[in-house]
Ligand binder design. Structure first.
Ligand SMILES: [Zn+2]
Ligand SMILES: [Zn+2]
Length: 312
């Protein structure tokens, strides 16, 4: 079994097109990019999580076949606007051989998804409801592949925001895998506790004075990771929204978030804002141990494939 990171960037990708900030200028100069965050679970079934606007390029890059199910975490465009791209699979089988792909989202998220993509339901896709706390029902979910939606707080606009907890059957027993998606916290504080692997949002380093974006900073994530103690952590949904030296503070276009009280290392100094992947990885390998966390941590990147235990 395998987890594939189709994309690892924030809502507008990294670098953001035409963003003049120091991070985006640096990323353009070294040719490093992140497409919108999306995951593929190659497990007892093929599960696509959050078909965002970059889906076509992501599926082509990884050469992926028809998914057995699609999970949507919430009704922000970067998490579902790629649904139409799934038509490629139906166009390549005889019409009478097509089985609609089951798509799960909360009732609140479906209100918006259905308004936009109602024409796909029944023909390409099958609408299914994800209820927080209730294991998903219907194939491909069952004894070998369990999945339970977790209600999350992602601010007032996306009312239907969910994370997901998976339970994969292996010969050594169940393997727990979680995905927080966009959030500041789960409504049930221990909803992501005790997992073997957690994919955790990491939108910025420092918690902003006002978290208008309603995303998880590394600073806000640390105490939650300490509480949940996952076996290992992958960070995703990275943005350029920390303010760093070299950015013009008078440039109102930069959409940067000033920290309330910056996250500090053991030396008492605020952590410097990483501008690229290597700097992000170096930061988290320093910051987690300095805050009492001993599990391995990886900043995910587009195309990263993580081997999971063999299925049972
Ligand atoms: Zn997002
Ligand atoms: Zn969002």
């Amino acid at each position: 079994m395998e987890l594939i990171f189709l994309g690892t960037g924030g809502a507008w990708g990294l670098p953001e097109h035409q963003c003049p900030c120091a991070t985006c200028r640096h990323l353009r100069s070294i040719g490093q990019y992140r497409t919108r965050t999306s995951l593929w679970l190659e497990g007892p079934a093929r599960v696509l999580i959050d078909p965002g606007p970059d889906l076509r390029a992501q599926l082509m890059r990884e050469d992926l076949p028809r998914p057995d199910a699609v999970l949507i975490t919430h009704e922000h465009g970067d998490h579902y606007l790629g649904l139409d791209e799934l038509l490629c699979y139906r166009r390549n089988v005889p019409p009478d051989a097509w089985e609609p792909i089951p798509v799960y989202a909360s009732a609140e998220a479906w209100e918006q998804i259905e308004a936009r993509f109602g024409y796909l339901l029944g023909s390409l896709l099958e609408k299914r409801l994800a209820l927080p706390g209730a294991a998903l029902s219907g194939a491909p979910f069952g004894p070998n592949l369990g999945c339970t939606p977790v209600k999350t707080d992602h601010g007032p606009i996306p009312k239907g925001s969910l994370g997901y907890r998976f339970e994969l059957a292996t010969p050594e027993g169940p393997y727990g895998l979680g995905y927080t998606s966009d959030m500041t916290a789960p409504l049930e504080p221990d909803a992501f506790a005790g997992l073997d692997l957690l994919v955790c949002q990491c939108h910025f380093v420092h918690e902003p004075a006002v978290n208008r974006a309603n995303h998880l900073s590394l600073q806000r994530a640390l105490p939650q990771l300490l509480r949940w103690q996952p076996g290992r952590v992958y960070l995703a949904h990275l943005s350029c929204q920390d303010h760093i030296p070299g950015d013009d503070p008078a440039n109102a276009m930069l959409k940067k978030y000033a920290p309330a009280e910056p996250l500090r290392g053991a030396d008492g100094e605020p952590y410097a804002i990483p501008r690229d992947h290597a700097a992000w990885q170096a930061l988290v390998e320093r910051a987690l141990p300095e805050h009492g966390l001993t599990m391995p941590v990886t900043v995910a990147f587009d195309g990263l494939r993580v081997p999971l235990p063999a299925g049972g």
